[in-house]
Design a protein around this ligand. Structure first.
Ligand SMILES: CSC[C@H]1O[C@H](OP(=O)(O)O)[C@H](O)[C@@H]1O
Length: 366
């Protein structure tokens, strides 16, 4: 059975939403109910659920559940539209760096704003719920495409070993626990593995939240994919001594020029990969690409509590009184990125060294 971060039961009357408490993994697999937007906001903020696509989908579905269980959205279609806008704006404040939530909110606002003659509040709500539910299934399909396109690109462009197989390194968690299923960067690893083209997957611990040791390692073991856990500080030695063909990472926000914000530690992996001639691949749905943000210097980087660094669960692991620097993300400049893999295909830099990401959105209302 595949791992699922999100359990959603659509129903004509009262849908239900539960999320896997990722703070308890890998020790316990516990699902917690989400009834309101406040529940979702708190779960996203505390990283009970995390991962750019998963954050967006949980927020969208939480509002669907809330709308279906209360008539607090007003008596008229206009009141319902206003309520949906306000709740989405509230949810968007939960974490600033990943763009997927803002992207989903924008799309859902367009859906409810599509006015129809004499429609009721309930008709607006119904349109919202159907659009939010569609995001769940679309994300899995997108990730399967990312997996296929990414595996094909790596096998066609990286240093492939004997029998057409590769070893790769990934950072943070970008699998079924960060999405609606299958995953982005981890989706490429799943596709390489299912095509018998993977010799080994290395995953970094990804301090301080340990998405790698607690979540990615959990997924790789669950799927019986040959894998080895390393600490973040081992990555350069690994690329120096082992035949790593590609580093594959996710994205929280890809700027219009291709600069990419991702989990802290990504930037240094890109530098080491460049030094060792290892391909550096960003895997992300187009919902993670923000054409309104020109470059990486314009991306807001979330800073989190120093306790994430000084504590492992309740155990203090640092000298009391020390200051802590804890940016949750860093920005990898486009020059260090070899390919951006999306559900619509792979984008590489042109002869001028630039990514032209706009073509991914031709004919799409943004
Ligand atoms: C496909 S998940 C994308 C992205 O989100 C993760 O951040 P967080 O665990 O803080 O939500 C990580 O940066 C992943 O690469």
């Amino acid at each position: 059975m595949s791992l699922q971060a999100i359990l959603y039961t659509p129903s004509t009357t009262r849908p239900t939403l539960q999320i896997l408490d990722q703070l308890k993994l890998p020790h316990e697999s516990v699902y917690v109910p989400i009834h309101t937007c406040e529940d979702a906001y708190d779960a996203i903020k505390r990283m009970v659920v995390r991962g750019a696509p998963a954050i967006a989908i949980v927020a969208a579905l939480a509002l669907a559940v809330e709308l279906s269980s209360a008539s607090s959205y007003g008596e008229t279609a206009e009141a319902a539209r206003k309520y949906v806008h306000e709740r989405l704006d509230y949810l968007m404040q939960s974490r600033p760096t990943a763009v997927n939530l803002a992207d989903a909110a924008g799309k859902l606002k367009v859906v409810v704003d599509a006015e129809a003659e004499d429609e009721s509040a309930e008709m607006v709500v119904g349109r919202y719920v159907r659009a939010a539910e569609k995001m769940l299934g679309d994300d899995v399909k997108d990730n399967e495409n990312i997996g296929r396109f990414g595996a094909e690109w790596i096998l066609g462009n990286a240093k492939v070993g004997e029998e057409g197989r590769v070893a790769v390194l990934t950072h943070c968690n970008t699998g079924s626990l960060a999405t609606a299923g299958y995953g982005t960067a981890l989706g490429i690893i799943r596709s390489l593995h299912s095509g018998s083209n993977l010799t080994h997957a290395y995953c970094t611990e990804t301090r301080p939240y340990n998405q790698g040791s607690r979540l990615t390692a959990y997924e790789l073991v669950h799927d019986k994919i040959p894998a080895t856990l390393i600490t973040d500080s081992m990555a350069s030695s690994l690329m120096n001594l082992k035949s790593v063909a590609a580093v594959i990472v996710g994205a929280d926000r890809v700027a219009a020029n291709g600069d990419t914000a991702n989990k802290i530690g990504t930037y240094q992996l890109a530098i080491v990969a460049k030094y060792h001639g290892v391909k550096f691949v960003v895997a992300a749905p187009t919902a993670s690409i923000d054409m309104k943000t020109a470059s990486g210097k314009d991306i807001v980087i979330e800073h989190r509590s120093g306790k994430e660094v000084t504590h492992v669960e309740t155990v203090v692991t640092a000298a009391r009184g020390i200051n802590v620097y804890n940016p949750s993300f860093d920005v990898t400049p486009k020059d260090l990125i070899d390919a951006i893999v999306t559900e619509k295909g792979v984008v590489v830099k042109n002869a001028g060294g630039d990514f032209d990401l706009s073509r991914l959105f031709w004919g799409v209302q943004r």
